[in-house]
Write a protein of this length. Structure first.
Length: 248
């Protein structure tokens, strides 16, 4: 039998599943929660149902569950059974649709979305596929050797040390630090150090240009410390912005 605390923890997980998974997973979770409630003693059932009425999960960004694509459960099967998947994928940068055969190594949730990490046969390299850009996914009867790939944890560690990522350090006025709390994690936040009048933040970024454009939102409340290219890019963008608005 579950204790009240164990049942409450599982039902709280169900609340999170409603917000951070898609319909393919929620169906199974709801079935599991129904079975859990069925074996609880009557006082425990009343306890957890009362508790759930007083808990809600709010997120600023729309979850992937709002998308018509429902591939999370299928991709979980592919990862565990070591099966390749065949998909049609729409790239955001080039706005093109390609057909990919992928050997999946794991799933990541970041930036308010689920991402599949896997070896792409088309690109002959590891790629990050956002589930909301998948236009069709089929599980193939082709088994791959998992020993040929890193674990998802190893992949993340390698990515953090990869040459494609650059370290960026900025000083942020303490008055606006609270406004960065969610956005900073979407822009490669690593660590922070509190100083007298500001907070020194370290990021790992793949594009200094994109990172610079995000920093411009905070105008004079942010100062770039490193690398020099970041300072130069911020100066260049600021001058362009001044010219653009001064031309009216």
């Amino acid at each position: 039998m579950f204790t009240q605390e164990e049942a409450s923890a599982l039902l709280l997980g169900g609340k999170l599943a409603e917000r951070f998974t898609d319909g393919s997973v929620k169906r199974h979770f709801q079935s599991a929660l129904f079975k859990i409630k069925a074996v609880l003693r009557l006082p425990d059932t009343a306890y957890v149902e009362s508790l759930m009425e007083h808990i809600e999960i709010l997120t600023r960004y729309a979850p992937d569950s709002d998308s018509p694509q429902q591939y999370l459960s299928l991709l979980q099967q592919a990862i565990v059974n070591r099966k390749t998947v065949f998909m049609q994928y729409k790239s955001q940068e080039k706005d093109e649709t390609t057909r990919r055969r992928v050997e999946p190594i794991g799933l990541l949730h970041y930036g308010s979305a689920w991402h599949l990490i896997g070896w792409c046969h088309l690109r002959n390299d590891y790629r990050d596929f956002r589930l909301t850009r998948m236009l069709g996914v089929n599980l193939e009867d082709i088994t791959f050797d998992p020993a040929a790939h890193p674990s998802i944890r190893e992949y993340i560690d390698q990515l953090s040390r990869g040459s494609d990522l650059q370290e960026a350090i900025v000083r942020v006025d303490k008055r606006i630090v609270k406004y960065l709390q969610e956005a900073k994690y979407l822009n490669g936040f690593v660590s922070e150090e509190e100083l007298d009048t500001c907070v020194r933040m370290k990021f790992l970024v793949s594009s200094l240009d994109y990172f610079s454009r995000w920093l411009l939102v905070y105008t004079d409340a942010v100062r770039a410390e490193a690398p020099p290219m970041l300072r130069d890019r911020l100066k260049e963008l600021s001058e362009k912005l001044s010219k653009h608005h001064g031309s009216y």
